[in-house]
Design a protein around this ligand. Sequence first.
Ligand code: GSH
Length: 287
Amino acid sequence: MVKLADEDIRTREVLDWHGLHVCHAHLSSCSQKLRIFLALKGLDWESHEINVGRNENLSEWYLGINPRGLVPVLIHDGDVHIESNDIIQYLDRTFPEPRLIPAGFEDEVAALLEHEDDLHLDLRALSFRFVFNPRGEVKSAEELARYATAGSGTVGKKKDGRKDVEIDFWRTLNAEGITDDVARSAIARFRSAFDELQERLGQDTCLLGDGISVLDIAWFIYANRLVMAGYPLARLHPKLGDWFEGLAKRPEFAKEIALPPPVAAHFDAGHKRDVEQGKTLELVAGL
Ligand SMILES: N[C@@H](CCC(=O)N[C@@H](CS)C(=O)NCC(=O)O)C(=O)O
C-alpha cells in the first residue's frame, strides 16, 4: 500500500480535501481502470482532471502531490494514495460492498495485479508506437529537467527511484522512438500474458469465476489498448476475445473506451500511415 508520508507531500492544500478526490487523466489506462472500479462500486468522488498531454502532471503543483508525477492519485480525507493497484485494493478494503476482490483472494489478486503493473511500460511503448500518433516531441528537455527536480522526490520518506525510470523512458522516446525490437519484445510479453489469462478464464465468464473482479477491469483496459494498437486479440485468443466483447457492452466499461471523434480521427490517421508503410503491429511482430 502506497500512502504517502506527510513530508513526501509539498502541495499542502490537499491535506484539507475531504471525501474521495481523484487526480486522473482522460486517456490514461490506469485512470480508466480506477474510474471503472469507482463506477462499479457506486462511490461518489470529486474529479481533478490532469491533462497529461499538456504535461500538467510535471508541474510543481502536481509533483507536490505525487512525487512520481503519475496519474491516478487518490486523496481520501487528506491522505494521499498513489499507484492505481494499491488505490483499488485500499478502496475495496475501505468500502467492501460490492466486493471486487473476492474474500480469500486478496493475496492472489495482489500478485496478479503486480504482474499487470510490470507490463505498464510495455503498454506505454506500444501506445506511443501504434496508437497515440504524437505530434512532435512528447516531453521537452526543459520539462524533463523540471520533472527531475520538482517535488519532494521521496515516497514513504525514502528517496524514490521511480521518477528516474520514467525520465529514462521519455528521453529514449525522444532520442529513438519505439524501435521495432522494443515493440516486438513488448508484444511477446503481452501475448504470453494473454495466453495465461485465457487459460485462467477456462469456461468461466470472468477471470476469477463468474463475478466481475478488479482483474477483469485491469486486464480489460490493457486488452482494449492492445486492440486499439492493432493486436489481433480475438484471432490469437478467441475465448479472451469473447470475454473482452462481453465486458465492452457493459455501460461502465463502454463509457471508458469511447473516444471523442477528433481523437479517434487522429488515431485512425496514424494507423492509416502505418498500413501504408507496412508497419502495423501485426506486420512488425509477424503475427
Ligand atoms: N504504476 C503506476 C503507473 C501510472 C502511470 O504510469 N500512469 C501514466 C498514465 S496511465 C502516467 O501518469 N503517465 C504520465 C505521462 O504520460 O506523462 C500506477 O499504476 O498508478
